[in-house]
Design a protein around this ligand. Structure first.
Ligand code: HXC
Length: 260
């Protein structure tokens, strides 16, 4: 597929890389960009040769937010009738793991985009923020909700009320990112691809099941979540890859998963 705002590639046979490619506008997430992103994610999800997806930015930004110039004249009635930005949540229905490789700005919708991914790796240059309040609005892509669950009320309030950008180190200390990678151009993408490759050595069924149960922890109470995990765990015994994984262990050999 030909895209205008993103690049797609396959740095590893089982890892799809999607690069936001609007660097002059700091990868501002205009509607056509998001439509392309959703399409590329759906294609990678549907492609059985892909086991993990890496999402990254370009230039000085992961993404500096929704496109302010596109939004500035929108009226409530249009936003409501046309469900403005509702397609942003489409990517939460992708079943394969998505790893965000963040360097530079991840602001507003850009921070929220990273939060919709499954793992976030950050370069020491990364800066996260929810600066919507500075331009007369509030987070609309899940930032207030997802951040509150990850970093708690006080830090979320501070970020959203002051609009202050937090450093990569703070984002790491607060648990927004799983870890910081070493400094250097391209390092964070390289590391994200390595994580993707590691995930790709497992059974896709089990990787998708992990994603499903971990995400349930954000929606369900503990009792429901534990029950859900146990049910999915039981169902793993119906997979060939469970038999393969456990026999390979017993026979002291590397498993050969077939995603069945
Ligand atoms: C449209 C943007 C943009 C954005 C940057 N640009 N962010 N265009 N929407 N969100 C454009 C600038 O207009 C400029 O275009 C070019 O990118 C380079 O940006 P500069 O501002 O010149 O760069 P710099 O001075 O280095 O400042 C970097 C920055 C600043 C601090 C990141 O660009 C900034 O504050 N951006 C806006 C951040 C923000 O408020 N994000 C939240 C958006 S609201 P030209 O043409 O002049 O070169 C949001 C709502 C989410 O995301 C709702 C989701 C559902």
């Amino acid at each position: 597929t030909e895209y205008n705002y993103i690049l797609t590639s396959r740095p590893e046979p089982a890892v799809a890389l999607i690069t936001l490619n609007r660097p002059k506008a700091l990868n501002a997430l205009c509607s056509p960009l998001f439509a392309e992103l959703n399409q590329a994610l759906r294609e990678a999800d549907a492609d059985s040769s892909v086991s993990a997806i890496v999402l990254t930015g370009s230039g000085r930004a992961f993404a500096a937010g929704a496109d302010i110039k596109e939004m500035k004249d929108i009226q409530f009635a249009d936003a409501y009738k046309n469900r403005f930005l509702e397609d942003w949540a489409d990517m939460t229905r992708i079943r394969k793991p998505i790893i965000a490789a963040v360097s530079g700005y991840a602001l507003g919708g850009g921070c929220e985009l990273a939060l919709m991914c499954d793992i976030i790796l950050a370069s020491p240059t990364a800066k996260f923020g929810q600066p919507e309040i500075n331009i007369g609005t509030i987070p609309g892509g899940g930032g207030s909700q997802r951040l509150a669950k990850i970093i708690g009320k006080s830090r979320t309030m501070e970020m959203c009320l002051t609009g202050r950008m937090i450093s990569a180190q703070e984002a790491s200390d607060w648990g927004i990112v799983s870890r910081l990678v070493k400094e250097g151009e391209g390092e964070v993408v390289k590391e994200a691809i390595a994580v993707g490759k590691e995930i790709a050595s497992k059974s896709q069924i089990h990787a998708q099941a992990v994603k499903e149960v971990v995400n349930a922890a954000y929606d369900l109470n503990l009792t429901e979540g534990l029950k859900f995990e146990r049910r999915i765990f039981h169902s793993m015994f119906a997979t060939k890859d469970q038999k393969e994984g456990m026999s390979a262990f017993a026979q002291k050999r590397t498993p050969n998963f077939t995603n069945e």
